[in-house]
Design a binder for this molecule. Structure first.
Ligand code: PLP
Length: 406
């Protein structure tokens, strides 16, 4: 019987050394060997179950990795010190000088900057395409293409990638499909839809308490072994390894992810519907007006909803800044980048998380300066939050009062 992702987290069972209900934390950077021969074999990659050195991996990191692999339905996973610490070594492991990447043009600004400005220094070029147009993706393939890269729900425009469609193209041409699922953990399961590799910034929803950075690459055992190889593995050699204490704390937070995602989604849908009814230009995958609404519905694990991210466009950067400052002053959330916190977080992506993208390219992809990206929090009374947000919008003239004649 095929179990759904959340059940797989629920079903994990690890005990601590003394019967603790949480696994013991491996608070060591290095590990002893009973014999010199075993140490040699471990360096050769031949001693299963032996730990070497914490940059390679640790018991705590393996526990977290297994939980994430279970969630995504991949063979295994490797955790890292940040989301970028998962994304960049994976790309560098799969591509060498002369290779070519096809990437969605709307992706997180840091990933965009890596592909646009950094990998060309190694002779790896990227074509940025509108990922919602499968024919544009296929047309961009060259004999040197190795990877198709996208986000399930893109940052910040919330475009939806047709993962099954992209997987079909990738298979046909012998390419690897890499999907960053940071915006939609549990709601979308890219590997189930045919993605070869699923990436996350754990810094966001999965950890959910904005107290740490983290990342993960979920994929085949072969891929993860390659990334960890002591001789030529990019994760091992570039060194963005996670600390065991953090791995243990993220694992504990992850156990409530299914409850949090439902609440984030419930609150975001409530606000999106209200904002749209008020006449605000609102983008949320749960709205019928969203271009990718039907596609999202066809891919989603229904019970988790449409996710916690939405955007509104208030016309100008000045208005966006005024609104965000006022909402923060009235304790409706924080003017901060990142996402997945218990409090609502808001920022204007054009001047923050996507500022790496040149202005003319922002305009081309529809990233307007008045756009505000919201990561909706876990508010218990979302109607009250809505009324207070609406009042902020009325106070600064983004919304006009509705007059009634009777
Ligand atoms: N992927 C997405 C979609 C993101 O939004 C971010 C960060 O904002 C990252 C990756 C990078 O993750 P980190 O900041 O943990 O390195």
């Amino acid at each position: 019987m095929a179990f759904k992702p959340a059940n797989k987290i629920q079903d994990l069972q690890y005990f601590g050394e003394f019967g603790g209900v949480n696994p013991s934390i491996s608070d060591s950077s290095t590990y002893t060997f009973l014999s010199a021969k075993t140490m040699f074999d471990t360096f050769e990659g031949n001693a299963d179950g032996c730990y070497l050195y914490s940059r390679h991996t640790t018991p705590s990191n393996l526990y977290l990795g297994e939980a994430l692999a279970a969630m995504e339905g991949t063979e295994t996973a490797n955790v890292s010190a940040s989301g970028m610490g998962a994304i960049t070594p994976t790309i560098l492991q799969l591509c060498k000088t002369g290779d070519h990447i096809i990437s969605s043009r709307t992706i997180y600004g840091g990933t965009y900057a890596f592909l646009k400005n950094f990998t060309p220094r190694m002779g790896i070029d990227t074509s940025f395409v509108d990922i919602t147009k499968l024919e544009a993706v296929e047309a961009a393939i060259t004999p040197n293409t190795k990877i198709i890269y996208c986000e399930s729900v893109s940052n910040p425009l919330l475009e939806i990638a047709d993962i099954a469609g992209l997987a079909k193209i990738a298979k046909k041409h012998g390419l690897q499909l890499l999907v960053d699922n940071t915006f939609s953990p549990l709601t979308i399961s890219p590997a189930k839809l045919g993605a070869d590799i699923v990436l996350h910034s754990l810094t966001k929803f999965i950890n959910g308490s904005s107290d740490t950075m983290g990342g993960v690459v979920c994929g085949s055992q072969e891929l993860i072994d390659t990334l960890r190889n002591v001789n030529d593995g990019a994760s091992m050699l570039l060194g963005a390894s996670m600390d065991s204490l953090r791995a243990a704390s993220i694992l504990k937070n992850m156990r409530t992810l299914h409850i949090r995602m439902k609440q984030h989604s419930h609150n975001a849908l409530f606000l999106a519907e209200k904002f749209e009814a008020d006449g605000l230009k609102t983008v949320y995958p749960g709205l019928a007006s969203h271009k990718g609404h039907e596609l999202f519905k066809s891919m989603m694990n229904e019970e988790y909803g449409f996710g916690g991210m939405l955007t509104i466009d208030v016309g100008s950067l000045d208005k966006a800044n005024e609104l965000m400052e006022l909402m923060q002053e009235r304790n409706l959330g924080y003017l901060a980048v990142s996402l997945g916190f218990y409090k609502t977080l808001f920022s204007a992506p054009g001047t923050s998380t996507s500022s790496e993208i040149p202005e003319e390219e922002q305009a081309q992809m529809g990233l307007s300066e008045g756009l505000i990206r919201f990561s909706i929090g876990l508010d218990n009374d979302i109607e009250r939050t809505y009324q207070m947000m609406r009042q902020c919008m009325l106070d600064i003239g983004i919304l006009q009062p509705k007059y009634s004649l009777n």
